[in-house]
Design a binder for this molecule. Structure first.
Ligand SMILES: Cc1cn([C@H]2C[C@H](O)[C@@H](COP(=O)(O)OP(=O)(O)OP(=O)(O)O)O2)c(=O)[nH]c1=O
Length: 216
């Protein structure tokens, strides 16, 4: 029988519903603490470096918010209290593509992605509030788009789905219709890989997979 008394207290430093859905899928319970980070400081770095800088800066921003609120971990407490943050960018020939600012930019991005491959980088950061330890890991997947007509992208943009997604599409949503193949971890494209999350958890001393034993 496994010890089910350990429960990770996640503070999810993200407003992304996709990241919430992935923690839900893993049966994790969490509090949402968006970082509200101004991401512009990282824009001149290559995509791989940007996602790392941004995921780590989001974790620091949430930590700072907690400090300003004089947040204290309830004691005695032997359970992990972790801030988790992530950042995702599309990389087209070395150029980072984030979320589109409007429908025109979304269309230009999707036209540029059509009929070819691009990379998607996601970095996840965990800040261990008890041991004051920050770990992060960056992962990359390659996505190939089919040849798509401009009018079909225009129809897609009208759904609103692309507007809050890096690269102006959602691989887990209606945008899946444009995708010929994904090489690598699909969840990295979606913005939070359970495999990477567990790998980070192991690095800070939590060996068991992230299952829930607290389902009601
Ligand atoms: C490529 C791709 C991105 N995305 C999303 C994941 C992220 O939410 C978003 C990239 O923007 P991010 O800046 O990584 O995240 P966010 O601004 O949505 O949320 P927060 O900073 O509060 O964590 O794009 C998908 O949902 N599906 C996809 O296929």
């Amino acid at each position: 029988m496994k010890n089910d008394s350990i429960r990770i207290h996640w503070l999810l430093g993200s407003s992304s519903q996709r990241r919430q859905a992935i923690l839900d899928m893993l049966g994790q319970t969490y509090h949402i603490r968006p970082s509200h980070l101004d991401e512009s400081f990282a824009k001149d770095y290559p995509p791989e470096k940007q996602v790392k800088l941004l995921a780590e800066a989001k974790a620091h921003a949430v930590y700072q918010q907690l400090q300003e609120e004089h947040f204290l971990i309830p004691t005695p407490n032997h359970q992990p209290w972790w801030i988790v943050t992530a950042d995702t960018l599309v990389d087209l020939d070395g150029t980072a593509i984030g979320k589109p600012s409007d429908a025109n930019e979304a269309l230009a991005t999707l036209m540029a992605l059509s009929g070819r491959s691009h990379l998607v980088w996601t970095c996840i950061a965990i800040y261990d509030l008890k041991n004051h330890l920050l770990v992060s890991e960056t992962d990359c997947a390659k996505v190939t788009f089919a040849n798509i007509q401009r009018e079909d992208f225009v129809r897609y943009i009208a759904t609103g789905e692309p507007l809050d997604k890096a690269g102006a599409y959602a691989a887990q949503g209606m945008g899946a219709q444009f995708i010929e193949k994904v090489e690598g971890d699909f969840f990295t494209v979606m913005g939070l890989s359970p495999r990477v999350l567990w790998s980070l958890a192991k690095r800070i001393g939590y060996q068991e997979p992230l299952f829930s034993t607290f389902k009601s």
